[in-house]
Ligand binder design. Structure first.
Ligand SMILES: CC(C)(COP(=O)(O)OP(=O)(O)OC[C@H]1O[C@@H](n2cnc3c(N)ncnc32)[C@H](O)[C@@H]1OP(=O)(O)O)[C@@H](O)C(=O)NCCC(=O)NCCS
Length: 202
């Protein structure tokens, strides 16, 4: 379990499927998280059950999905994940979504992603983390930038949503940038929010 000030990240459990089903059938979550990509949702209990069985058995040395819980009420509000962790290149891809809309815009997403970033750079010999979003998702882009991710490029017109083309924005964070940001926060007296323990299996 990895605990911050307002959220914790914990290992995925079978019962999290019901939350995922709700989130993946919310059109606004699908629009923002995946630019309406039908592979993300809407989805059915049966399709999700298949996928969930695989996710629960992921090897955390390569990839994992973690549930984001708000600390105050213990309620699952979203997920973070990492995938394609390559120990040779020292690169991994991360992702986030907060599925409970009333928890948007209160700092939960930024904190959850920050905890994942701290955990990954702390636990693995990674050199860089990558993530992406689409040009219509300005809230996500701001949250990533706030955590120190730099916009490194874009795949022009790579995203199609309701007949309109958008760019896919590519973000990256290097270990030295993460370390420098931690030093700046420590110098400013901001306590390090992460209390990291072994996540896999909780
Ligand atoms: C994108 C997403 C992860 C961002 O998480 P979030 O919790 O909504 O965003 P945050 O609250 O961390 O940041 C948003 C705003 O809240 C403000 N905020 C940050 N910490 C805060 C706090 N402790 N209290 C109050 N407000 C805060 C920030 O200033 C920020 O405002 P700004 O962007 O205008 O600067 C989340 O909205 C989400 O999952 N949305 C749907 C799916 C999605 O878009 N996923 C990303 C796919 S790439």
């Amino acid at each position: 379990m990895i605990e911050g000030k307002a959220v914790r990240l914990r290992a995925l459990r079978a019962e999290d499927a019901e939350h995922q089903l709700r989130w993946r059938n919310d059109p606004e979550v699908i629009r923002l998280a995946a630019a309406g990509d039908p592979r993300f949702g809407p989805t059915t209990v049966e399709a999700l059950a298949d996928r969930f069985g695989r996710i629960l058995r992921l090897d955390p040395r390569e990839s994992a999905v973690l549930t984001v819980e708000e600390l105050a009420g213990g309620r699952p509000i979203g997920m973070v994940d990492y995938r394609d962790l390559d120990p040779y290149e020292g690169v991994a891809e991360v992702g986030i979504f907060i599925g409970e809309r009333e928890f948007w815009d209160h700092g939960y997403g930024s904190e959850a992603l920050g905890l994942l970033v701290d955990h990954l750079f702390g636990a693995f010999p990674l050199h860089r983390l990558e993530l992406d979003t689409w040009s219509g998702n300005t809230r996500a882009a701001r949250a990533f930038t706030r955590l120190g991710f730099q916009e490194e490029g874009c795949r022009r017109d790579a995203v199609l949503l309701a007949g309109t083309r958008y760019d896919r924005l590519l973000f990256g964070l290097l270990r030295r940038e993460w370390e420098a940001r931690r030093r700046r926060l420590a110098a400013d007296g901001v306590p390090h929010a992460t209390r990291a323990h072994d996540v896999p299996g909780d």
